[in-house]
Design a protein around this ligand. Structure first.
Ligand SMILES: [Zn+2]
Length: 332
């Protein structure tokens, strides 16, 4: 029997065990029987039946997509937050907690991205892995977050190669029988990540020296800007309850004016109203909606992480080079 089934049975037995030792023994026996019969009925050594696959739960859609590339058809991967959701200040629902309690592994980004996560997993008997472990962390340089890690490490595809390695390791511990599959999937995906990293850098390298500023709502592009040699400017550091103060907006306006920045951007999960103010005060164009903290729905512009990087690089290049067709006011 695969390890995760043992584990699930053990957790179920503990959950069921309310009062007496006799009840606990009976519950354990029932669960063991159930598990044995599941294994016997499954009959498929490769574990391809959906109900038998271990369930991996990620905190947001970007991680879910990367995880699916590593898992292939061996694991069921789901995201707690849906496409378009705000991830930093998300509030987990009782349904999320029920879902998490039944999962076999939970993946989080770490670096303070999921402010709600510690409380969320407290008391859950489910292993979790922090997929950003081992990346070279950049610090936030402004506002009250100064010196704290910038959580958006996935905006560098080379960092996501490290995420991929961490997932290969976590999945192999969860389901050792398929370790070779996870390794092969991970290697193939890392090659794709390298490809998209090279494309992104080549695309942004063509921008003239005086148009190399990336002005966004949230300071979520530090890693991408570092990789592509852009200067990053933002209205607020990290999405939070209080953002876009008059001082923060004035600071962005002054920078855009002083540097004659041709286009500015905002992200899909936040209101772009503050950036519209910058546009109104400076004459810069609104360059369009960037994706960072969430993928789009399957039929939207960025259903996968690789699409997200390609989309953002193309939008930034076109808008800053003045060839954008994005109309002011249009939000994709
Ligand atoms: Zn963010």
């Amino acid at each position: 029997m695969p390890n995760f089934l043992f584990r699930r049975a053990e957790i179920a037995a503990r959950t069921l065990a309310g009062g007496s030792a006799a009840f606990r023994a009976a519950a354990t026996a029932a669960v063991v029987l159930l598990t044995l019969s599941l294994t016997a009925c499954g009959g498929d050594a490769s574990g391809n039946s959906d109900s038998e696959k271990p369930v991996v739960l990620t905190t947001f859609t970007v991680l879910a997509d990367v995880a699916r590339n590593v898992a292939g058809d061996k694991l069921t991967v789901e995201s707690i937050t849906k496409a378009g959701a705000e991830i930093h200040g998300y509030e987990a629902t009782p349904g999320d907690i029920r879902k998490a309690a039944k999962a076999d592994l939970i993946l989080d980004n770490g670096l303070n991205l999921e402010a709600w996560f510690g409380q969320f997993v407290e008391g859950l008997d489910v292993p979790h892995a922090v997929v950003s472990d081992g990346v070279e962390v950049m610090s936030i340089s402004e506002d009250s977050y100064q010196g704290k890690p910038n959580p958006h490490a996935w905006m560098s595809p080379v960092n996501v190669q490290i995420y991929t390695d961490n997932m290969v390791k976590a999945f192999s511990e969860l389901d050792p029988e398929n370790a070779a599959v996870f390794k092969a999937n991970g290697d193939a995906y890392k090659a794709e990540l390298q490809g998209v990293q090279d494309e992104m850098k080549a695309s942004l390298a063509g921008l003239p020296e005086n148009q190399r500023a990336l002005v966004t709502c949230e300071g979520a592009f530090s890693y991408l800007a570092r990789d592509a040699g852009l200067k990053e400017v933002y209205i607020w550091a990290v999405n939070a309850e209080q953002q876009a103060t008059p001082q923060q907006i004035t600071r962005a306006i002054e920078y855009v004016k002083a540097n004659q920045v041709p286009a500015v951007f905002c992200e899909s999960t936040v209101s772009d109203a503050p950036m519209r103010q910058v546009v109104g005060a400076t004459g810069a164009k609104f360059g369009g909606t960037l994706y960072v903290d969430s993928l789009s729905e399957a039929d939207g512009p960025v259903p996968t992480y690789l699409d997200l990087i390609r989309h953002d690089a193309e939008l930034i290049t076109k808008a800053l080079a003045g060839t954008s067709t994005a109309s002011p006011g249009a939000k994709s």
